[in-house]
Design a protein around this ligand. Sequence first.
Ligand code: CP
Length: 340
Amino acid sequence: MVHFLTTQDWTAEQLSKVLDLATALKRNPMQSHLYGKSIALMFLNPSLRTRTSFELGMQQLGGIAIVLQPGKDAWGVEFRPGVVMDGDAEEHIAEVAGVLSRYCDMIALRAFPLFKDWTIDREDPVIRSLARHASVPVINMETIVHPCQELALMQTLHEHLGSVRKKKFVLTWTWHPRPLNTAVANSALLIATRFGMDVTLLCPQQEYRLDEQFEGAAAENCRLSGGTFGVSHDIESAYSGADVVYAKSWGALPYYGRPQEEWELRKNYRHFMVDEQKMSLTNNALFSHCLPLRRNIKATDGVMDADYCVAIDEAENRLHVQKAVMLTLMGASGAVEGQL
Ligand code: CP
């Protein structure tokens, strides 16, 4: 069974084909190739973009999307194997996946990490458990990676830059009052290195480095793609000459699950917010962010309202890339490829 859990499971050629398909779908959005097909969208966490773009996208392909929020409008779900279910969850993912696989042709899941124990969360156990029990393709709508966001980012960069190979991509940690998920940062590293960019991870200090599985994958991606990957704690040198500045805030992994202790580090780095002065050091760089974004916390109004900010383009492209992923998983990409 082919799933879309992480872009690392798909070849560069497969990802490029999905992006080409997304471009065709952007030109011709209304299709009927998934008529009679359905997708269950399970959200364990809130969403604006992901929910809207998946629901609309499936409708624009002739299919139907059903939104489920376990613990709110659906029974709470237990994902761990072999546990005595004497907590809040009423049913196990084994039955949920089995039942939804009988009703639907695909299942998508958003399940943020639990922020208690990174040694557990770093294995992405919730979506892996769903994929193990499902007999239809599973799509990751954000766990410890956000592969749909990756594709939207890359489609946006292609639209604005053409070839991204050897372009300087700066992934900057930015200020936020709380320690957030590392998913989008992990994903930005993966996709930029996959497409041969020269990537700098800018973060305040070593504690904000990303998990070794993602930094290691980024280095390996570079070996295959011809890109480069480095880490900097120096704002001025990292921004200098950048072609793309991509911002995200995340928690320091050594303090995972201990937000009060992490605050003692975090409180010193408000100045990592993206502003016009920092952007002036770049090579007329594009700026983007996955959204949602707190203005004048993560980036200034001036940056968000600048012509170089492509965050809305990236959000729009979520729609097109997700339609391309669903068509690909359903083996229905061929008809649209004829329009390329
Ligand atoms: N970027 C993103 O996934 O947005 P939502 O959390 O609103 O879905």
